[in-house]
Unconditional design. Structure first.
Length: 280
């Protein structure tokens, strides 16, 4: 049996492929070895995934945010302890998983726009170039975390309309003290900030909100996509909840910048599962 995973900071999508070729999807909390301890990751998998798997897992292919070269052994080690019978365990970045799911065997630029953001140039087999994403403090332009961060910044700096400002105070309990507490004193503040993307999406008709959205995605295009050599010669593909929900904005910006959009999908797990099922 094959177990495939696509993990972000907010959620992890798992697919169990049995010997008959049946696909069973399971969802757990987000995993990030750069932000979470091994104990937290192990507990999440053991509590919310392992009991739901009824067959013996032989191969595991894990793709996730935070799986840097330094963290690959951390993730494979955690999975080996839980699935001791597995003979093949691989852990790769979510970026490679995204490229495999949207580009297939073709060259292209693959972009992630979820809680975090990332991009790479894929030659059909391997990632040949990747602009450093930097995380939500140093980069992550266009991500859910940064969209939320930019909304909170606009709230604190009085850049929002009175209508939006008062609505955030009344219906979302925003205040300076509350924001500082959530951002600087609680774990996974990137996930909390990303929750505000729903509010941004629902209020796109407000000029101050539209400006935040446009500036965030314009920054992603200029600081990431346009850094690749001959970027206009490739189709640019997007994966992630943010890409899915803000698809019209991405298409509008791409057209203005003369960039060709390829696939825009919400999650790569289905295509990743097919990819590993087909290469067995």
């Amino acid at each position: 049996m094959i177990l495939v995973a696509d993990s972000g900071s907010t959620k992890t999508s798992w697919c169990v492929i049995d010997s008959c070729g049946n696909y069973n999807y399971i969802e757990t909390g987000g995993l990030n070895p750069c932000l979470q301890s091994e104990d937290i990751i192990s507990t999440e998998i053991q509590t919310n995934l392992f009991p739901k798997i009824l067959c013996e897992v032989k191969q595991i292919f894990y793709y996730g945010t935070g799986v840097t070269p330094e963290k690959q052994q951390v993730m494979t080690g955690i999975l080996k302890k839980i699935f001791s019978q597995a003979t093949v365990i691989e852990a790769w970045s979510d970026l490679l998983g995204s490229a495999r799911s949207v580009c297939g065997n073709s060259a292209g630029i693959a972009c992630i726009l979820g809680t975090g953001s990332n991009s790479c140039l894929f030659d059909g087999k391997n990632i040949v170039d990747a602009v450093n994403c930097g995380g939500y403090i140093l980069g992550d332009e266009g991500s859910g975390a940064v969209l939320g961060r930019n909304l909170l910044n606009a709230f604190l700096k009085r850049d929002l309309s009175v209508k939006i400002h008062d609505d955030l105070v009344k219906n979302h309990n925003l205040s300076y003290g509350y924001i500082v507490e959530k951002v600087y004193k609680t774990p996974m503040p990137n996930t909390w900030m990303a929750n505000f993307t729903k509010y941004l999406n629902e209020n796109q008709n407000e000029d101050c909100i539209r400006r935040i959205i446009n500036e965030s995605f314009e920054a992603f295009f200029s600081k990431n996509i346009e850094k690749y050599a001959n970027y206009k010669n490739y189709k640019v593909h997007f994966i992630g909840s943010i890409a899915h929900h803000f698809k019209p904005v991405l298409e509008e910006i791409a057209e203005r910048r003369q960039i060709t959009i390829g696939n825009i999908i919400q999650a790569p797990i289905t295509e990743l599962a097919k990819y590993h099922a087909n290469i067995q």
